[in-house]
Design a protein around this ligand. Structure first.
Ligand code: F6R
Length: 293
């Protein structure tokens, strides 16, 4: 019986890969970290690695509590290691409808306060959906065109909603959807009330990249932290692919890395297996991350 040298695994996978667009290693990688700090360091190092390999890369960015540690680490890398954002283009996933950019709970405000103000990003390369646009349908279409004109998203960073959403693609969203207005689910409104103080103040609508828009990114990095994400994370990785948990469609994407802390990973049926695979990948000296540009 023919045996295969484990060092050749990735080469083998390369040979077996499908369509030209997806040539190269295909993988849904699950990295389980001790805690939020380690998760943030690992995710920042992937993003930094993309920026170093492709200084003019296009990043898709997320807001919410989960990526804050990642952004802090990226800021540190910029200040201490000279990580250069000057040619990077960014597209944010979403924005609430009706909040002006200087509203402290707007995603414009969030991004400038938590990242852009502290790195040398070129403001003309920053894109965030305009939740004040008069014609929101046109705004969504224009956003899609701007992403396309920029060459598409190289790396899309995602958080995970408690209801399994990515962006604001709530359960029952079309899995082929593009940037458009979504009505927020009650659970999301309740969750996000922690930022606004009162549930009544949380906007009911958002302009968000669609599931299809997200799936077009060349590489996807999903972060999940804390026990409240354990159920949606399990549905994302081990559940059926379903619009009930829009993140589950990532199972169909050829290059996804999911980083979870122990709490978020606590309900994964194959948790020990994912850890074992990671350990083996390290032993084989496999490149942690691979970007096809
Ligand atoms: C944010 C976004 C949302 C959040 C998700 C998790 O731009 O699109 O999908 O990533 O709601 O939020 P946190 O990280 O606050 O738990």
């Amino acid at each position: 019986m023919a045996t295969m040298d484990p060092k050749n695994f990735s080469r083998e996978i390369k040979c077996c890969s499908g369509p030209r667009r997806q040539a190269g290693r295909s993988e849904l990688r699950v990295i389980i970290c001790r805690d939020y700090e380690e998760l943030s360091r690992r995710s920042a190092s992937i993003i930094a690695s993309m920026i170093r390999r492709k200084p003019n890369c296009v990043l898709g960015l997320a807001t919410g509590s989960t990526p804050i540690g990642t952004y802090k680490e990226l800021i540190r890398m910029h200040k201490e290691e000279g990580l250069d954002f000057s040619k990077v283009t960014t597209f944010n996933l979403d924005e609430y409808l009706g909040l002006p950019p200087d509203h402290p709970q707007s995603y414009h405000y969030f991004m400038w306060r938590n990242l852009f103000d502290h790195v040398n990003v070129d403001p003309s390369r920053v894109h965030i959906p305009n939740g004040l646009a008069k014609n929101l349908e046109k705004e969504g279409q224009a956003y899609e065109k701007t992403i396309k004109d920029a060459g598409g998203i190289d790396l899309q960073l995602l958080g995970l909603g408690r209801d399994g959403h990515i962006g604001f693609n709530e359960p029952s969203s079309s899995l082929g959807s593009r940037t458009r207005v979504k009505t927020l689910a009650r659970e999301t409104i309740r969750d996000n009330a922690r930022f606004f103080g009162r549930e009544e103040d949380v906007p009911r609508f958002a302009l968000t990249m669609g599931v299809g828009t997200i799936m077009d990114a060349r590489f996807i990095l999903l972060l999940a932290s804390g026990a409240s994400k354990s159920q949606p994370l399990r549905a994302t990785i081990e559940g059926p692919i379903s619009a009930e948990c829009t993140a589950s469609v990532l199972q169909l994407h050829p290059r996804v890395t999911i980083i979870a802390d122990e709490e978020a990973a606590s309900r994964l049926k194959r948790r020990e297996y994912y850890k074992y695979v990671e350990q083996k990948a390290q032993e084989l000296g496999q490149d942690m991350f691979w970007f096809h540009m």
